[in-house]
Write a protein that binds this ligand. Structure first.
Ligand SMILES: [Ca+2]
Length: 443
């Protein structure tokens, strides 16, 4: 019995040994599996991190490339504006109102284009290869420059100017809103529920910017109270010059509908008179004609439809190859727009760069007859001026790479405002003279 027991014990011990070996083998397997799982997670994380780092490094590289392309575009724009002010503007009496900015689109591809664009341009100019001339185009990406002027817009900061400037701006704003077509705006409340007349809307603009806190230009109309403090987001009127036109959206009555219609008419730069050669919007042209008509009873000025048709024709003048070198040229054209077109088609005035193209000629030939208005030179001189442009808006867009969908893989935009009358303040700059950037934004 004893022996048997021993044997059984032995068997039991052996069984325990074998059992523990089995348990250890399972442990190793679990450890290996667990280790593999952890390793897999580590590898995945490492791989994700590396991809993120590599992509963000590539993005930073493209951002820097695009930024420097933008700077190149801005430098090129500055050069074009310098040529305009120093060469063309100084010889206006011989050359007329030629604006280089109107032609930048034609040659911009040569400087900021990709290799393909430069080759296309070379082919167009006489079949030479893009490589034939050193330094054309850019190695990586491309940039495009647009130069426009702000001189054809209403400078809203004139609301804080001299008495004459204030009066002038008020009259122009009133004239701009005068058309019957805008009645719905003043018959219905704005987005904040404010009911206003045309007069109150103009007053809201003037009072928001003028220094005093009294209604009207002489501040005798009682306290300015446009309810800015009662709005959901309270704020105060600025009562000072504004920095960007976007601030005008804070003026009472300026909601999305108003802004869509008139937002493009405003600027915060330049003089208090619009440059007649640069006004392109029929709304503003109509206001200029309305304010400077020789007779207030003129049938065209009395009939908004006729006035609108005339304003549209004047707005198209530039595309027909008509340039308003001075106020007289503008008055002549407005007096007899159809006569001016006939003269143009007869080839009497070929304008700049060989005159209007075929398309413009046929457009001019097919233009509907429009009734003119005789203008008073003195009245015209009060609201408008002529001559070289003063303020330029430069917009540079740089793109790098192309996605499979054909869109740019990376793009950056730069907006700069160049004022030819502002003195560069850095005396040590080699560029110490008139003309400077007064606004600069990269996005
Ligand atoms: Ca004020």
């Amino acid at each position: 019995m004893r022996r048997k027991t021993h044997t059984r014990r032995l068997v039991g011990a052996n069984a325990r040994v074998i059992g523990s070996a089995h348990r250890q083998a399972g442990m190793a397997l679990i450890m290996v599996v667990a280790f593999l799982a952890v390793l897999q997670a580590l590898v995945a994380e490492y791989s994700t991190n590396t991809t993120v780092n590599s992509v963000s490094a590539a993005n930073a590289r493209e951002a820097m490339r695009a930024q420097f392309l933008n700077r190149s575009g801005a430098n090129l724009a500055q050069l074009i504006i310098r040529v305009q002010t120093d060469v063309l503007d100084k010889n206006r009496q011989f050359l007329g109102d030629i604006q280089l900015a109107d032609y930048t689109g034609l040659f911009m591809g040569a400087f900021g284009g990709s290799k393909e664009e430069v080759n296309d341009l070379g082919a167009m100019l006489g079949g030479f290869d893009g490589d034939a001339i050193e330094g054309l185009g850019v190695a990586v990406g491309a940039f495009d420059v647009q130069i426009t002027t702000e001189d054809g817009k209403l400078n809203m900061n004139c609301a804080n100017g001299s008495t004459a400037s204030k009066k002038n701006l008020r009259t122009q704003l009133e004239a701009m809103l005068f058309f019957d077509a805008y009645n719905p705006i003043f018959e219905e409340p704005d987005a904040d529920g404010w009911n206003r007349t045309r007069d109150e809307q103009v007053g809201a603009f003037m009072d928001y910017i003028d220094k005093d806190t009294g209604r009207g230009e002489d501040a005798r109309g009682g306290a300015e109270d446009y309810g800015y403090q009662t709005l959901d987001d309270k704020y105060r009127a600025k009562n000072n010059y504004i920095d960007t036109t976007s601030e005008l959206k804070l003026v009472r009555g300026v909601d999305d509908r108003f802004w869509t219609l008139f937002g493009g008419e405003f600027t915060v730069y330049g003089d208090c008179k619009v440059n007649i050669g640069a006004v392109t919007d029929p709304k503003l042209i109509a206001s200029v004609i309305f304010l400077s008509a020789k007779s207030p009873d003129d049938p065209v000025v009395q009939d908004p439809r006729l006035l609108w048709a005339l304003a549209k024709r004047v707005a198209e003048a530039r595309s027909f190859g008509v340039y308003f070198d001075d106020l007289q040229a503008f008055a002549d054209y407005v007096k007899s727009p159809d006569g001016a077109l006939q003269e143009l088609l007869g080839g009497a005035d070929q304008g700049a760069f060989g005159g209007p193209n075929q398309e413009a000629q046929s457009a001019a030939a097919n233009a509907e007859p429009v009734q003119g208005v005789e203008l008073d030179q003195q009245k015209l001189g009060q609201v408008a001026k002529s001559g070289p442009r003063r303020v330029y808006r430069v917009e540079v867009t740089s793109t790098i790479g192309v996605t499979p969908k054909g869109e740019p893989r990376f793009s950056r935009k730069l907006v700069g405002i160049w004022d030819t009358e502002v003195q560069n303040q850095n005396m040590r700059s080699t560029d110490y003279r008139k003309g400077a950037w007064v606004f600069w934004r990269e996005e």
